[in-house]
Design a protein. Structure first.
Length: 290
């Protein structure tokens, strides 16, 4: 639009220059009026032609200017619509930016909290690692001790199984011995009315259930050997109860209880295997069939 205006102004300047030239020519040639008139007529004709051309050019320029103005108006309308759309989008973007700023602030707060939490957790982890580093040698020691205990338990279990088998054999032997003694008691009863009481005092009676204990003390008095055992009335042991002593699965002898309290009993050795010695910590048993 500015270019068309400049073109129009330029044409007007050209027209003005032409008219000025004509005036100058008319003034210079006043002496020859006819020549001047002819020249003037020619100049007028030329001027009219140029004026017509300029008017046509001006008309064309105005048409172009009008078309340009219409196109500019349409373009301005489109630009206004675009501006309105952009303004609406800008408003939406500003709203989104405000929301994002709020979210960013919240995220920064969360990051600060998480950083503090991570720092605290790192300190706790460091403390736990320090504790673990301190505990690892102890744990290794305990693992070794546990392995050693496991091996010891296996050995003791094997020894226990062997002892059970040996005890079973010994119990069968002792039961056979007591059956023989019972037969001897029956024979003694037929020969003497007081021998039954004497046999019971020598042989003793078993407990209703099998109980196990250990020899605590051994003492000798007036030619008799007395034994203190870790079995008492709470185990079903009372005066007259028969206890059998074993050492390493080997039968040692029998003890008849003379006195018993809740946790301990004292008895006299009634039978003892030849070449054996009763010592503390040896096993003491009593029960049916023993």
């Amino acid at each position: 639009m500015n270019t068309l205006t400049k073109t129009f102004v330029l044409l007007q300047l050209v027209l003005a220059l032409v008219l000025s030239v004509l005036v100058i020519l008319f003034a210079d040639k006043q002496q020859n009026y006819r020549s001047q008139v002819a020249t003037s007529q020619k100049a007028q004709i030329v001027a009219q032609a140029m004026t017509s051309q300029l008017q046509q050019a001006n008309t064309n320029l105005q048409t172009q200017l009008t078309a340009a103005l219409q196109a500019g108006a349409e373009k301005a309308g489109r630009l206004n619509n675009s501006i309105l759309n952009l303004q609406s989008k800008l408003a939406d973007d500003q709203t989104t930016i405000a929301q994002l700023r709020v979210a960013k602030s919240q995220l920064q707060t969360s990051i600060t909290d998480l950083t503090s939490t991570v720092s605290s957790l790192n300190k706790q982890v460091a403390e736990q690692n320090s504790i673990l580093n301190t505990m690892r040698p102890k744990l290794l020691t305990y693992v070794n001790q546990n392995a050693e205990l496991g091996r010891r338990i296996t050995e003791l279990t094997n020894e226990r199984n062997v002892a059970r088998q040996t005890i079973q054999v010994l119990q069968e032997s002792v039961a056979s011995l007591h059956r023989q003694m019972s037969k001897m008691e029956v024979a003694a009863k037929t020969s003497s009315p007081t021998s039954g009481t004497l046999s019971t005092a020598v042989a003793g009676v078993p407990t209703s259930v099998q109980v196990n204990g250990t020899v605590m003390k051994v003492a000798s008095y007036n030619g008799h050997t007395y034994v203190s055992a870790s079995l008492g009335t709470r185990d079903g042991v009372s005066k007259g109860t028969r206890l059998t002593i074993y050492a390493n699965g080997r039968y040692i002898g029998d003890v008849v209880v003379q006195k018993a309290d809740a946790t301990e009993s004292v008895g006299v050795v009634s039978l003892q295997a030849p070449g054996t010695t009763i010592a503390p910590h040896e096993m003491v048993m009593s029960g049916p069939g023993i």
